[in-house]
Design a binder for this molecule. Structure first.
Ligand code: ZN
Ligand code: ZN
Length: 363
């Protein structure tokens, strides 16, 4: 099966909220980093969209969504041209985004500790359903967790030290949702602001330059046909892929992940990330990693099969969600979205499938 992969990044703040750079500069940093697309999301503002700064920048698609920021539920909204107020309770917020035809992602749900300069903003109400995805890995919140006045200089100079990978808590939550039969995709966010700090009160140091961050957590969307050159169509392809899980994310400081593939095959037919294999006989799952890694196929929160190398295959039959994790140098590197195996006999009411909105707001 011919597939097309496009690396990109999301959860990016510009100077329209608390970031330090304007959108055209961020776009250039993204293009220099080799990204095909980025999604900017400033706090409770669509100024980037209003000022017509979304669009192609030398072949890189720069989309503008926003981050709704109530204290107990930061939510990434994309594909909407209307702002939703941060006063909405999280359940209503999720519902409203879905109703209006947007795409929504729970942000840093597991942010635990704050730091001396910011409190934590975890997603409190875990009973809410209906969002498209979860940010399982947030680069910024890992970095701020445990930061103190004392260790901050070491962290400013070498931020990679603090990056551990998704927490057990957020992975367990994701696996629980998948086991419930929810279709929830995983994304990795940068939460990049290009923060500038005064070292010893004097020397300005850009702690997280956009360009460097674009080489860390990368989301690769995987399409069955090439990314369109038409703006609205391309936005639809990118956002649908993120929301439906036709994507994987990798911490590319440990190695580029372009070319990763996870496929299911039966009787000559193939399926990939975020797709559903209809009920039937056994299915052969195949993982291909572009680099050597410790590869796991995860099912119901447990490792089903693992190997050290570039290829892993497994024959499966149980319905549910199968996903891949890969590690390099003993550290988390890559997380794929699941391939779903449909249940054998499904009565219609049991089947809770996501129905895409009838109209896409960017059309
Ligand atoms: Zn946030
Ligand atoms: Zn943010």
């Amino acid at each position: 099966m011919k597939l097309y992969g496009y690396p990109g990044a999301l959860h990016i703040h510009s100077s329209y909220s608390d970031g330090t750079a304007k959108i055209p500069r961020i776009a250039k940093a993204a293009r220099d980093a080799g990204l095909s697309w980025i999604l900017i999301s400033d706090h409770d503002t669509l100024a980037g969209l209003e000022n017509r700064e979304a669009g192609w920048y030398d072949g890189t698609a720069v989309m503008v969504g926003y981050e709704v920021t109530p204290p107990d539920s930061h939510y990434l909204v994309a594909g909407l041209e209307e702002l939703l107020p941060p006063s909405l309770p999280s359940g209503e917020l999720v519902e409203a985004v879905r109703e209006k035809g947007g795409r929504g992602f729970v942000l840093h749900p597991d942010e635990k500790a704050g730091s001396y300069f910011k409190p934590p903003f975890p997603w409190k109400d875990r009973s809410v359903r209906g969002f498209d995805g979860i940010e399982i890995w947030n680069y910024m919140s890992q970095w701020t967790e445990g930061i103190t006045e004392r260790n901050r200089y070491a962290r400013f100079l070498c931020p990679l030290l603090a990056v551990k990978g998704p927490s057990r808590d957020v992975l367990d939550w994701w696996d629980e949702l998948l086991a419930e039969g929810e279709r929830v995709s995983a994304i990795g966010g940068l939460d990049v602001h290009g923060t500038i700090h005064q070292l010893w009160g004097r020397f300005p140091l850009q702690v997280f330059p956009y360009r460097r961050q674009f080489g860390t957590i990368v989301n690769h969307i995987v399409l069955r046909r090439p990314l369109s050159q038409r703006w609205s169509e391309a936005c639809g392809q990118i956002l649908d892929s993120l929301a439906e899980g036709h994507s994987y994310l990798a911490y590319e400081a440990l190695g580029k992940a372009r070319g990763f593939r996870f496929l299911a095959e039966r009787d000559g037919q193939q399926w990939t990330l975020g797709e559903e294999v209809p009920a039937g006989g056994p299915v052969r799952l195949g993982v291909h990693c572009p680099r050597w890694a410790r590869i796991h196929i995860v099912y119901n929160g447990r490792t089903l099969r693992r190997t050290w190398g570039q290829i892993l295959q497994s024959e499966v039959q149980q319905p549910g969600a199968y996903r891949v994790e890969a590690y390099r140098f003993g550290r988390p590197w890559l997380y794929s979205n699941p391939i779903y195996l449909a249940k054998r006999e499904l009565s219609p009411p049991e089947r809770r499938r996501y129905t895409p909105p009838a109209r896409k707001p960017w059309e």
